[in-house]
Design a protein around this ligand. Sequence first.
Ligand code: EPU
Length: 438
Amino acid sequence: MRQKQKKVGLRMEKIIVCGQNPLRGTVRVQGAKNAALPILAACVLVSGVSTIENCPDLSDVRAAVAILKRLGCAVKRSGHTLTVDSRFVSCYTIPNELMREMRSSIVFLGSVLARTGKAVLCAPGGCAIGRRPIDLHLSALRALGAQIEEQNGVLCCRANRLCGAVVALPFPSVGATENALLAAAVANGDTLICGAAKEPEIDDLVLFLNRCGAKITRTERGDLFVRGTPWLHGCRHRVMPDRIAALTVMAAVGAAGGNVMLQDAVPGHLTAALGVFCKAGCLLETGERTLRIAAEGRLNAVPFLQTRPHPGFPTDGQAAVMAMLCTAEGRTAVEETIFENRFHHVAALRQMGARIRVSGRRAEVEGVPCLHGAAVAACDLRAGGALVVAGLGARGTTVIRGVRHIDRGYEKIETCFKTLGAQIERSADSGPEQPQSE
Ligand code: EPU
């Protein structure tokens, strides 16, 4: 308990935003958290040294590095490049406090099991946005030959030799697809992962694994075919750009107005979202790895916005885009189909003057002419991004607490927006943390 208090105390910071300054200029999008994390878990499979470039400096990435070190890997960071020497993986147990730091810790299950034949760990932590079970991860690994028992909340897993199989996912879970891929990459024989997730971060993981010697292809139907190889060697890989960080900047331009060029943004990863920004009245210009967005005056509401697995509109962008549409002209209905409890940002947006009604997984946003600054708290990562977007568009000053959630996924968010002319600062916060959902 004492240790927990100390930890929270260390992270007591707030972000202060003075809104309504149009955003202008050029910004480079950070590397993708949700690609970097499974790639770091994949390093455990490698009998050699992996060099991971464009790895964002985030608290979730630091948590993954702590797990790697615990497992016996040597990890060094130089700027945005991580070097992971996993020649001597010596441990198959991940302590509870490391597992509970983030959701993605569960993806170490597949790689530790495949590398050592055993894994002992508890359920993962992460943002409190719904139940987030791991049944699909476990059934995928069982299909590949793992024996998994749960004793008092601890998963004890064993697999003398993983064997290729058909893994049928009833829902395209991102994490379960990653775990299945990691285990199948070094299994004996061929695996077909049917109903695999199609998120670009999965394809980045496939690219990394193939560079390490794995043999993975996506079939025309979108399934993943894996030809098992006995071992993987190290490689050099550059993490793909973060499509959700790009979306958050775009939503901020929509909310505050302006004209911004995003470099290292892949429009092809954002197709569904680009449609929403166009409908809202933003002007977009796309290049191969660039995206310009311009917005002026009040946007239009988007009649219906539904989150879906890729290539649908991403659940991780829902909060930021909702924040943008709070001041659009008209009514937007938002349906969240991926997580059952991902409207935590609504309470804070209402404090800023938004008119939003929530009923189960649906939210009705009635656009108001303007939001006003308020003292609000981020209670999960994407809710935090949304509050920054809302603050940048609002009249007056917004003080955002719960910054530690934002730091899980956005690298120096205040610096990014300052570069674009926003009035935004981070400062120490001696006040009490606001209530949080985690
Ligand atoms: N699900 C199950 N059983 C499982 C696994 C998932 O029922 O065994 C359900 C979940 O409860 C959820 C849905 O399936 O309702 C989607 O979960 P999924 O497994 O696809 O998500 P995840 O792997 O836990 C990743 C990202 C999330 C992102 C989702 C969906 C990482 C580290 N996390 O989570 O990112 O929202 O995919 O795209 O890659 C974030 O970055 O803020 C974030 C939450």
